[in-house]
Write a protein that binds this ligand. Structure first.
Ligand SMILES: [Zn+2]
Length: 445
């Protein structure tokens, strides 16, 4: 895929430093500008390599393996609390209890995000570790977790049960190891990531902390083979066509909104989109009418458009508007009887996700590369549509990661998660987090 590149494995952790040295390099890390234009430089690389030499960091990294049973059980318990779009409250309350239990200052903001604060030696800069609460499944979906041959099966178990379990596990590991960060860390379970939630939780969070945010690490789903460093821009549009409506026999010949929408759709799907920058569209819903023998008074459809380029999205949106205008015009011209009324149409923007990219020389990418090399993982950089779109579009460093283990069937009722080896994903996320937050060495407290 042209939008992917391999992150080279680099910088093996080097042994032989003392704890005293850790304090010095931690200060160096703190002194680095949040968004230096320099490539990974020697002091930053040394500070990262020093992290796992610290006794407390080592204790936090080692906390996961003996506690996998607890982590898996919490994942199942959270997954069984329904969190349909726009109704994440119950699950949010459960995450709040878990974060408060590990000593964080926890609040739920007015958008519904759970925010647990771990105060750093400085509150001037803030690093976010987040996982979204919401699922795509409507109220009433059976979310009971089945366990079969080492797998957990339930809607939402991986996306984002895995991310939420990782969020609370990492918070707890840091608490048990008594790690104090330099920058303040916010552990966030956010609302509205999926579909028409339109990233409202992350938008509100970034809005609140914008001046202080130095990095955002998002845990979404399973795996460790990828890292999202580029935000896929998207727009979701709704087309509504209305008309007078009438009887299929006695009013035959008046303009029909479904006919107009069909004419518009055929025009729209003949729009050519480039392979590069990759651009896609999908008519995902089409509805209208009341009965087979009625000329409908309304028809509507929903269209999803995505692109590596904002310009292509704008071009596609224009093509859709032109196609609808032409489809309505064609239907009016074909109608015999316009005495009962004409057709009206409009196109509404249901959601828009901005694009953006993480710079190749960002401290966050350096921290992630270091974490990958430490745990012996290789990951490819990807472009995707996630909560990271919001910070990336504003030039704030952000990545989205899988939180370990393996999963599949996302957004289906057969969604599954296999937690084997999940500790690697947890260690990777923890080290990436500490790489950007910095730590305060025990001696210097
Ligand atoms: Zn997700």
């Amino acid at each position: 895929m042209s939008s992917s590149f391999m992150i080279p494995r680099s910088m093996k952790s080097s042994a032989g430093f003392t704890v005293k040295c850790a304090a010095v390099s931690a200060i160096l890390l703190m002194a680095m500008p949040a968004r230096s234009a320099l490539p990974i430089n020697a002091p930053r690389a040394a500070a990262l390599a020093q992290l796992p030499e610290n006794r407390q960091v080592r204790a936090a990294l080692d906390w996961f393996s003996p506690h996998l049973g607890w982590i898996n059980d919490e994942q199942a318990r959270l997954t069984e609390i329904p969190a349909p779009p726009f109704h994440e409250e119950q699950r949010a309350a459960a995450v709040k209890v878990l974060l408060a239990a590990v000593g964080l200052d926890v609040q739920i903001d007015k958008t519904g995000n759970v925010i647990g604060e771990l105060h750093g030696s400085s509150d001037k800069e803030v690093v976010v570790l987040s996982a979204h609460l919401d699922t795509v499944f409507p109220p009433g979906t059976d979310v009971k977790v089945q366990r079969e041959a080492g797998r957990m099966i339930a809607p939402g178990i991986s996306d984002n049960g895995t991310g939420l379990a990782a969020l609370v596990a990492i918070a707890r590991a840091m608490h048990e190891a008594r790690i104090k960060p330099q920058r303040t860390i916010l552990f966030v379970a956010d609302v509205g990531e999926e579909g028409e939630g339109n990233l409202r939780g992350m938008r509100a969070l970034v809005d609140t902390y914008r001046g202080k945010l130095s990095a955002v690490i998002i845990m979404d789903g399973s795996g460790t083979d990828h890292v999202t460093t580029k935000a896929l821009a998207s727009r979701r549009l709704e087309v509504i066509v209305t008309g007078p409506g009438g009887h299929s026999w006695s009013d035959f010949g008046i303009p029909n909104p479904i006919n107009a929408l069909v004419r518009a759709s055929v025009r729209f799907i003949n729009t050519r989109v480039p392979v590069s920058p990759r651009t896609t569209y999908n008519i995902g819903e089409i509805e209208g009418g009341t009965s087979v023998n009625s000329i409908p008074h309304e028809a509507h459809m929903k269209v999803d458009t995505r692109s590596e380029s904002e310009e292509e999205l704008t071009r596609l949106e224009t093509a859709l508007r032109d196609a609808v205008a032409a489809g309505v015009r064609d239907e009016l011209e074909a109608s015999r009887d316009r005495s009962k009324g004409k057709l009206d149409w409009k196109v509404n923007l249901l959601g828009s996700r901005p694009g953006g990219e993480l710079r190749g020389d960002s401290p966050l990418l350096a921290a992630l590369r270091y974490a990958d090399s430490f745990v012996g993982n290789e990951s490819r950089a990807e472009r995707a549509s996630t909560d990271a779109n919001v910070p990336l579009s504003l030039g704030i460093d952000a990545v989205a990661l899988g939180a370990g283990g393996n999963g599949g069937g996302a957004h289906s009722l057969q969604e599954w998660y296999d937690p084997s080896g999940r500790e690697l994903g947890l260690q990777r996320a923890l080290l990436t987090l500490l790489g950007v937050s910095g730590i305060v060495a025990e001696k210097s407290r």
